[in-house]
Design a protein around this ligand. Structure first.
Ligand SMILES: [Zn+2]
Length: 191
């Protein structure tokens, strides 16, 4: 029974996230000026404060463009729109709930933490895919804003951030697809 309840709650959480994200995007788009564009795929380009992207449940794509001109950021978001399945995001985000729901099994909190790190790891690979696409299209790498000042922050970001650490995103090796992210993880921490 516990398992059925956990799965049901998980699916409700997924549905909640899907609908919530959809409504938030709808609300944002309403206030912005958007134009249809075609660049490898069809999407709406909207003027905004920051660069981000979104795909609605019915498949419409939006690329939000920040105030400052940034080719890497633009193509990074376009990369998300081309390669990513935004629905999968909600399944990943909701997966954190599963072990918590299986309380009072003793390992459930450890399980939740472990799942959280795994989902962030999956997302890091998606972020890297978008970064590599942007690099291939523009020849520009990500420009670092807050580089990690020590190994502790570096490890923290490796484990808990959706994006790979900034120090890693500016390395040449990071843009070589054939080098797995796990190798960059060990190399950055042991260097
Ligand atoms: Zn991204």
């Amino acid at each position: 029974m516990e398992l059925e309840l956990a799965i049901l709650t998980y699916l409700i959480a997924v549905a909640f996230l899907l609908i919530r994200n959809h409504l938030i995007a709808e609300e944002i788009v309403k206030e912005l000026e958007c134009h249809k564009k075609f660049n490898l795929i069809e999407y709406y380009e909207c003027k905004a404060n920051d660069f981000f992207s979104f795909k609605t449940i019915d498949g419409e794509r939006f690329l939000f463009v920040g105030d400052n001109e940034n080719h890497h950021a633009y193509y990074h978001e376009l990369g998300h729109l081309i390669f990513d399945d935004f629905i999968a995001d909600s399944f990943l985000d909701a997966s954190i709930l599963l072990p918590v729901l299986l309380l009072p099994i003793p390992w459930s909190l450890m399980g939740a933490l472990f799942l959280y790190i795994i989902t962030k790891w999956v997302k890091k690979n998606w972020e890297r895919r978008a970064d590599i696409f942007a690099f291939e299209m523009t020849g520009k790498k990500y420009s670092s804003i807050q580089p990690e000042s020590n190994k502790f922050i570096l490890l923290y970001r490796w484990l808990f951030w959706s994006h790979p650490p900034e120090k890693v995103r500016i390395e040449n090796e990071y843009y070589k697809k054939e080098i797995p992210l796990i190798k960059l993880f060990f190399r950055s921490l042991l260097a």
